[in-house]
Design a protein around this ligand. Sequence first.
Ligand SMILES: *Cc1c(COP(=O)(O)O)cnc(C)c1O
Length: 371
Amino acid sequence: MSEEFQPVAQPHLWGNERIYLDEALESGWVSSRGPFIERFERAFAESIGVAHAVSVTNCTNALHLALDALGIGPGDEVIVPDFTMMAPVFAVLYQRATPVPIDADETWNMDPDAVAVAITPRTRAILAVHTYGHPARIDRLREIADEHNLWLVEDAAEAHGGAVLGRAVGTFGDIACFSFYANKLITTGEGGMIITNCEELAKRVRWKRNMCFGSDEESRYTHESIGFNYRMTNLQAAIGLAQLENAAAALESKLSIAQAYDAALGEIPGLTLPPRSTWAKNVFWVYGVLIRDEFGRSRVELQQRLSSRKIETRRFFTPLHRQPVIRSNGSLLSFPNADLLCERGLYLPSFPCMSTSVIQRVADEIRRARG
Ligand SMILES: *Cc1c(COP(=O)(O)O)cnc(C)c1O
């Protein structure tokens, strides 16, 4: 029997995307001015419960803009997770600041206890990443940031809709960034958002996003600072607004997929299932497992086996301390948890409205792979 290919991720377009996109095209507003930008920004801010949302070209640029707006620069240290997608680390490097990596805790996120110890007189900010859907211990990181007078930036690209102690991810930081890449909770093709409750920061981010143009005709081409073109288009915002209308449904879908995977994989020896914590709402952006020795097959063998059955999987991130692009000055620090995640982690197909029969099929193949 030939089974259908199962990708790890796939966008789901629910319906109004085409209608709004048509409307945007009809209006002639195809670039970064037009009514959908403001509508999307306002709806996004409301959906999280913050005062300001500023749309941008993608989350990598959102992070760059956030650090720039906060005045992070050469010589500054920014505390980041060692186990992370590299975009937030690149953002630190764009500003010629120094990323200071912190090992992962049991939630696969930056360990707050290790953060407190890593602070030096040069530390300016903590850049927390909520990885794979389980929020970082952001309430504690907020406390640490306040104690040491540091900025707190949240990379919420993988935890859109998540919460810590009932409070939305993205509302703990001075500034938070989201991604609308095709595999994120909602998509605009490419796109991102910066949110903040600080009006002054929001203003600065808007100004920087749009080339630091002057505010009136007289000063328009007078630039007081280095600006960027990180503007989202009205076409993307039209898609984003439609996607946002179904963000709750997309999240529900992800949660029920995770529940079903937990049930289907729970009995298989040698698998560590993704973390759940009483204090956090994990949104299961991806459904990741760790392959322990008891499983009896290596991760590569399992991946190959699943691939031959047309089931796509993806390895976990390579930690910062192993990245050739980071010229480590012979750091004596070790990152055992990040190493473990990097060596053992694998994530499985999971996307909004994925058929539940896929989960059983994946679980059956994993069980058979043990031999
Ligand atoms: C996807 C992602 C990004 C980058 O988002 P882009 O919109 O693709 O630039 C940044 N950080 C994390 C944690 C991500 O998962």
